[in-house]
Design a protein around this ligand. Sequence first.
Ligand code: ZN
Length: 347
Amino acid sequence: MRAVVIHGPHDLRLEDREAERAGPGEVEVAIEAGGICGSDLHYYQHGGFGVVRIREPLILGHEVAGRVVALGSGVDGLAVGDRVAVSPSRPCGACRYCLEGKPNHCLHMRFYGSAMVFPHIQGAFREQLVASASQCHKIADGISSAEAAMAEPLAVTLHAVAQAGSLLDKRVLVTGCGPIGALAIIAARAHGAREIVATDVMAPVLAIAGQVGADRTINVAEDAAALAAYGADKGSFDVQFECSGNDRAVASGIGVLRPGATLVQLGLSGTETSLPMNAVTAKEIAIRGSFRFHAEFGLAVDFINRRRVDLSPLVTGGYPAEQAVAAFEAAADRSRSMKVHLAFGTA
Ligand code: ZN
């Protein structure tokens, strides 16, 4: 069984690993598609992010879908041959935060492909994955594995929408139009936003942002004044989804938020971000962080299965696992990539 393993910055290898067998309540999944996420890229490019560093070889990946090939004992509702999206969220179910209904803050979270704890939690870019049946959500016919693998980042943005409160008839600003920003546009549209304006500094990602539902896109590298104009009369937007982790995007966003607006911060940055606190105070801006998800994964799969969202414009590249390095290089190049997938097996 082969897996995509990071050993250090720019040291990514396809390696053989021992295949696992499904235990009680578990299933064996032949992975078909794995989406490369910003965190996977941080491990590849820098060996980590913030204070998190790779301290042992780590199988990357947490956005995956595949086919059930074996069932452990006591599994109901899944059959061999079912295609499934696999949630990477594995909270313990017993710690104080799990018991409070905040499983994304679990003290013993085993989220795939993470070096936040040691030993690291090995990831899902592998030919074969043993997962709990409860992590596996069936994919409808006609949905590609690559689209289904995007249930994970879609769930991230559905969680962010929940942090914002009702978006019905609201004016929404999305700063940063990588995959999470683009999916935030899709999630906000699905929740009844009146108007969505999206910003970035790259024309290709803004083109996709327009394609998936932004009413207006602004390249703030070329035309910062177009965004600043929304600051008239104390601001225009009810909600900002900040998906870049960039200081200037945070500050320029706060400049165009209305009094009483909500800033939902999804983007993480390598350094701490400073905030224009005087404007936050004077406009009574509410700031909410948003981190991962849990229950929203099932909702994301349901949205995809019922075609309530179309994620296909975000799929910009697919590479066989043997070309993992080329795939990571492509994913890192925002001028030509939105979401790049690795293909495993014969799929
Ligand atoms: Zn827990």
